[in-house]
Design a protein around this ligand. Structure first.
Ligand code: HAM
Length: 491
């Protein structure tokens, strides 16, 4: 989430000012929440750095409507597809991730936040969800539940990545996992779900890439072919990929260095080395996707950066106007993982969406964020007794499903009415000394200007009646205006 350098939000403005005045904030913060200094050197223990860690940032109130829209779409889609929510700890034993994600992967080699607790346990902040949820699946004996078991999670994950646009060290994922089914129709349905979320978020020009990387046995043949092909040109690969040639050759296809991309343009293709079962599985997946009319491209270089995948892998890509591409999400099948961990053999598939990147994309293409329902009623009070009564009345009205605004801190009626006008209140309830004494309230229709005094028992009905009339008037207005506009347009 890009942060403005000078925020109009008074909370951040004050904080920054204080830091600057005291000379406490020594580094300026860029819009990606990264410090301009490239090192992560922290201040000595006495210095209070009033800034979040590099690659981590606050999600401020002004950005929350975007997050709210994303959370709502995710929750809705997860319910539609029969997923149940699961929350797992942010911290797990480090070897859960090193074993499952793979020791030769970037995440484990370079990006994990690992530390030893006071009790001597080697732990890590989760860099993704899949491993922790698989651990929970086995630990809680979910294998006995009717299949498929579908679990959904959302929350922050941590990777010590190099911060830049769309790349953070603390970022959020929406994560879906499905256990117990190996039929490719589930792969298609999983991709359909990812597609549905992307669509409901209003994102356009999104590319779905799919591939099959087969099973470890067939992959070995492919890796041999890959090494044979690349060995002769080894010197042209980047230093990392030269090492990968012996440790994890398929990861070379994932390298972002130009020279490696060029060198691997003509490499043998993984689908040519698939075992028969994986080949059939992939073929049927593509048939299902065609049947669903989901647009996709086959990317035979797609290998994913985690070791647990078998057969289907997929990624969701956006591209901005400069042609810069971002992976908004990715996933795949991992049929061997649960068994590798000591559980019963359980096929599984899932995907994770990068919510920070999705929100950047929503902003870039100007998707509307979620709009909080607006209070249409304002409660004004005058005098001590009225003030006391109005606090109780406020909660009674809320209980009757009326969203009410107020300005209890203000004493003068005039300034309260100014607030009511500014927020466009359709009804203002006024309680003065007299009304407080005889348990009544003045109900003022702000549209027509009329007002009446009603008892507390009649108050909710009186307010709702005015709101309903206004609503009907608005609908009529829209209907009157529309034909006139259409006539003008010659429709
Ligand atoms: P992943 O591809 O490593 O997959 O991450 C999923 C998404 O997280 C990426 O597509 C991207 O949008 C986002 N992401 C990754 N790194 C960063 C970053 N540094 N800053 C911002 N966003 C980032 C997984 O994590 C798998 N566990 C997905 C999965 C679930 N596979 C099966 N089930």
């Amino acid at each position: 989430m890009p942060q403005k350098k000078i925020s109009r939000n008074p909370i951040t403005r004050n904080t920054k000012k204080k830091g600057v005045k005291k000379g406490v904030v020594t580094k300026s913060v860029t819009k990606h929440g990264t410090s301009k200094k490239t090192s992560d050197a922290s201040a000595n223990e006495d210095t209070l750095l009033l800034q979040s860690l590099r690659g981590m940032r606050d999600i401020l109130p002004e950005d929350q409507p975007y997050w709210e829209r994303v959370r709502r779409v995710l929750t809705h889609a997860s319910q539609e597809y029969g997923f149940q929510r699961i929350d797992t700890p942010l911290v797990e034993y480090a070897n859960l991730f090193t074993r499952l994600i793979g020791t030769e992967t970037d995440i484990v080699e370079k990006e994990m936040y690992t530390f030893v607790t006071r009790g001597g346990d080697k732990v890590a902040l989760r860099p993704e969800f899949t491993a922790g949820i698989a651990r929970a699946y086995i630990q809680h004996g979910m294998g006995i539940l009717p299949k498929p078991v579908k679990l959904f999670s959302v929350g922050p994950v941590y990777r010590y990545d190099r911060p830049q646009e769309g790349r953070f060290r603390e970022f959020w994922q929406g994560n879906f996992e499905l256990y117990g089914e190996s039929d490719p129709i589930l792969d298609a349905q999983t991709i359909q779900l990812a597609y549905r979320v992307i669509q409901q978020l209003g994102l356009k020009n999104i590319e779905f890439q799919v591939n099959s990387i087969g099973v470890p046995e067939s992959r070995r043949e492919y890796e041999k072919a890959l090494v044979r092909y690349l060995e002769a040109q080894k010197s042209k690969l980047c230093q990392n990929c030269r090492e990968r040639l012996t440790t994890n050759p398929m990861r070379i296809l994932d390298c972002k260095e130009d020279k490696c991309i060029q060198l691997t343009a003509q490499v043998p293709q993984s689908i040519d080395y698939l075992d028969q079962e994986s080949r059939d599985h992939f073929k049927r997946l593509l048939e299902y996707l065609d049947e669903l009319e989901l647009p996709y491209t086959i990317n035979t270089r797609l290998v994913r950066g985690l070791d647990y995948y078998t057969k289907t892998v997929f990624e969701i890509w956006s591209s901005d106007k400069d042609g810069k591409k971002y992976s908004l999400g990715g996933g795949g099948r991992y049929d061997r993982l649960i068994q590798t961990m000591g559980g019963e053999a359980t096929p599984a598939i899932g995907f994770g969406l990068g919510l920070d990147r999705i929100i950047l994309e929503m902003k870039r293409i100007q998707v509307k964020p979620y709009q909080e329902p607006r209070a249409r009623v304002f409660l004004a009070q005058l005098g001590d007794m009225a003030k006391k009564k109005s606090l109780k009345l406020f909660s009674e009205l809320e209980r009757n499903s009326l969203l009410v605004a107020e300005s209890f801190g203000r004493g003068s009626l005039r300034s309260q009415m100014r607030v009511a006008n500014r927020m466009g209140a359709e009804v203002t309830i006024i309680i003065g000394q007299k009304e407080a004494l005889d348990d009544t309230a003045i109900v003022k229709d702000m549209v027509s200007g009329t007002q009446e005094t009603v008892t507390h028992e009649r108050l909710t009905d009186a307010i709702k009646k005015i709101l309903k009339t206004n609503q009907e008037l608005k609908i009529k207005e829209v209907n009157i205006i529309r034909p006139a506009e259409e006539l003008e347009k010659g429709e």
